[in-house]
Design a protein around this ligand. Structure first.
Ligand SMILES: [Zn+2]
Ligand SMILES: [Zn+2]
Length: 149
């Protein structure tokens, strides 16, 4: 599993491979060092506690760059004038292939750390707006107990 943290100083992403012995993550851009706490489960690829903020509240999402997808369809739509719509079919196929290739990622509500790809992704719930708002704006800690819909 690859963990992608956000540098608290400059907002760059810091990629780490979770190892229990690692206690610090250095930003390659601004050299800021932040302390991390890798749990035993995390080292084995199971997401339980966020190494950056210590929270247990995560959601899952498709690991796909939506901007690329949208740009693809815009280009295809323009080209379809000359290709009689064939470019749209091609774009649809590319989109399909991209979607197939990508996996799921887990994301920490609190600090937006990204976990690619945890073994226990099946146990991680979908994004919940209420949880997001309460964690972000009210600093609520759900302690890994997701809200029921
Ligand atoms: Zn930085
Ligand atoms: Zn976190």
């Amino acid at each position: 599993m690859i963990v992608q943290l956000t540098c608290s100083e400059c907002g760059s992403s810091i990629e780490i491979e979770p190892e229990k012995s690692a206690t610090k993550a250095e930003c390659s851009v601004c050299k800021n060092v932040q302390s991390i706490n890798i749990s035993k489960n995390l080292e084995q690829g199971e997401l339980d506690i966020c190494p950056s903020c210590g929270r247990k509240d995560f959601y899952k999402q498709k690991d796909f760059n939506r901007k690329v997808g949208v740009a693809l369809f815009v280009v295809a739509a323009i080209l379809s004038i000359w290709t009689y719509g064939i470019s749209l079919i091609v774009a649809w196929l590319i989109d399909l292939l991209l979607f197939k290739k990508v996996g799921w990622i887990g994301i920490c509500y609190k600090c937006d750390a990204i976990f690619r790809t945890p073994k226990n992704i099946g146990n991680i719930p979908d994004f919940n707006h209420e949880m997001h708002d309460r964690i972000k704006y009210a600093d609520h800690d759900f302690k890994g107990e997701p809200l029921e819909h």
